[in-house]
Design a protein around this ligand. Structure first.
Ligand code: AQP
Length: 333
C-alpha cells in the first residue's frame, strides 16, 4: 500500500477547479492507499490572509473536504499548523535546498508578479516546505497537477542532497501520482487563466458554497464567443472560453468533451449554459448542503481535525526525530 500525501490551501472557499482537479480524485484513493490530506495553512500565509478569514476558511475547507466524501476513518485529514514537524523539517530543508534551485521555480515567478522584491520570503521557500510536508511522512506518492511537477522534482533534489550530505538513504524517492487526465478548470472571465480561489473577481469562479442562483448567474455571465458549438474538438481551437465550459460539463457529467460536443453540436451558448447550470447545481447542491450542516457543529469539526493531527504526528514525529539525529542536533533528554 502506498502512502499518499496531498495538500490544499485554505486561501479561499474551494472552487470547482479545486474540486474537479483535486478533491474529487482524492475520494476513491482513500480506499486503496494510506492517505494524508492536509489543509496547508502555513502555505496559505505566504500571501497575506486576513486572520479572521483564514480561520473561517480553514474550517470551511475541512467541512468541504468531508462533504465531498473524505472520511476521517479512511484517511488522515488535518491542518498543517497543528503538526509542528512540517515547519521544523521545512527549516532543515531551507538549509539543504540551494538558492539556484529555487530561482528556477516558475510558480514563484507567477505568484510574485511583477514586484518580486515585495514578495514574502515564505513564498520563495514554499517548495522547501512542500518537500517537508511530503517527506515528514516519507510519503512516496503525491497526486499533483502539471503546475506542481517542478516542485516535486525539487523535493526529490532536496531528499537526494539530504541523503548525500548526511550519508544516508533516509528519505525515499517521491513519485507523482498520475490519475489519467486531470481536469483543468479555467477562469469564467478569461479562458487562458486557471480558475483560482484567490482571484479578485468572484465572477471568475464557482465556489463550492455558491447556491443555485449564484451558479446560474455566474454561468450566464461567463465569457463566451458568438459561434455555435462545433461537433468536434478541433472546432474549439483558439476558443479557450468555449473549451472550458465544454470541459466543465464533461467533467461533472462524467463523460468526455467529444461526447458533449456530439450532443450539443450547433447549439448556441444561451441554451448550452442552461444545461451546464442544471448539471452543476445537481452535482454541487448536495455538497453545499452537507458542508453547511457540518459547519453548524464547530466543536465536532475541530475534534475531527484534532484526531487527524494526532494521527499525523504519530507518523511524522519519529521521522523528524531521526532527521534531527542525522543532522547532528543534540536530543532533548
Ligand atoms: N483551476 C484548477 N483546475 C484544476 N485543478 C486545480 N487546482 C487548483 N486550481 C485548479 C488543484 O487544487 C489543488 C489544491 O490547490 P491549492 O489550494 O494548494 O493551490 P492552488 O493550486 O494555487 O489553487 P488555487 O485555487 O489557485 O489557490 P490560490 O488562489 O490560493 O493560489 C491542487 O492539486 C491544484 O492542482
Amino acid at each position: 500500500m502506498q502512502r499518499v500525501f496531498s495538500g490544499i490551501q485554505p486561501s479561499g472557499v474551494p472552487t470547482l477547479g479545486n474540486y474537479l482537479g483535486a478533491i474529487r480524485n482524492w475520494v476513491p484513493m482513500q480506499d486503496q492507499h494510506e492517505c494524508l490530506f492536509c489543509i496547508v495553512d502555513l502555505h496559505a500565509i505566504t500571501q497575506f490572509q486576513e486572520p479572521a478569514q483564514l480561520l473561517a476558511q480553514t474550517r470551511e475547507m475541512a467541512a468541504t473536504l468531508l462533504a465531498c466524501g473524505l472520511s476521517p476513518e479512511k484517511c488522515v485529514l488535518f491542518v498543517q499548523s497543528h503538526v509542528p514537524a512540517h515547519a521544523e523539517l521545512g527549516w532543515i530543508f531551507n538549509c539543504v535546498a540551494r538558492l539556484g534551485w529555487l530561482n528556477r521555480m516558475t510558480q514563484f515567478k507567477d505568484k510574485a508578479g511583477k514586484d518580486r522584491e515585495a514578495a514574502s520570503s515564505g513564498l520563495y521557500v514554499y517548495p522547501n516546505l512542500m518537500a517537508a510536508d511530503i517527506l515528514a511522512y516519507k510519503a512516496t506518492s503525491v497526486p499533483v497537477g502539471d503546475d506542481q511537477r517542478q516542485h516535486l522534482e525539487l523535493a526529490n533534489d532536496i531528499a537526494q542532497k539530504f541523503n548525500h550530505d548526511y550519508g544516508t538513504d533516509f528519505f525515499p524517492r517521491i513519485e507523482p501520482f498520475i490519475q489519467g487526465v486531470a481536469a483543468r478548470v479555467m477562469s469564467l472571465r478569461d479562458g487562458t487563466k486557471k480558475m483560482s480561489k484567490s482571484d479578485p473577481s468572484d465572477q471568475s469562479r464557482i465556489n463550492l458554497n455558491d447556491d443555485a442562483d449564484t451558479i446560474a448567474l455566474k454561468i450566464r455571465r461567463a465569457r463566451t464567443d458568438a459561434e455555435p458549438l462545433p461537433g468536434h474538438l478541433a472546432g474549439l481551437e483558439g476558443r479557450a472560453e468555449a473549451r472550458n465550459l465544454v470541459g466543465i460539463l464533461a467533467a461533472v457529467t462524467g463523460t468526455l468533451p467529444e461526447n458533449v460536443l456530439r450532443e450539443h453540436e450547433g447549439q448556441g451558448f444561451g441554451a448550452f449554459k442552461e444545461v451546464l447550470t442544471e448539471a452543476l447545481v445537481a452535482h454541487l447542491a448536495p455538497i453545499r448542503k452537507e458542508m453547511l450542516r457540518l459547519l453548524e457543529d464547530e466543536p465536532a469539526l475541530d475534534a475531527a481535525l484534532r484526531r487527524g493531527a494526532e494521527r499525523a504526528e504519530a507518523i511524522a514525529n519519529p521521522i523528524l526525530a531521526e532527521a534531527k539525529r542525522l543532522v547532528g542536533f543534540l536530543p532533548r533528554r
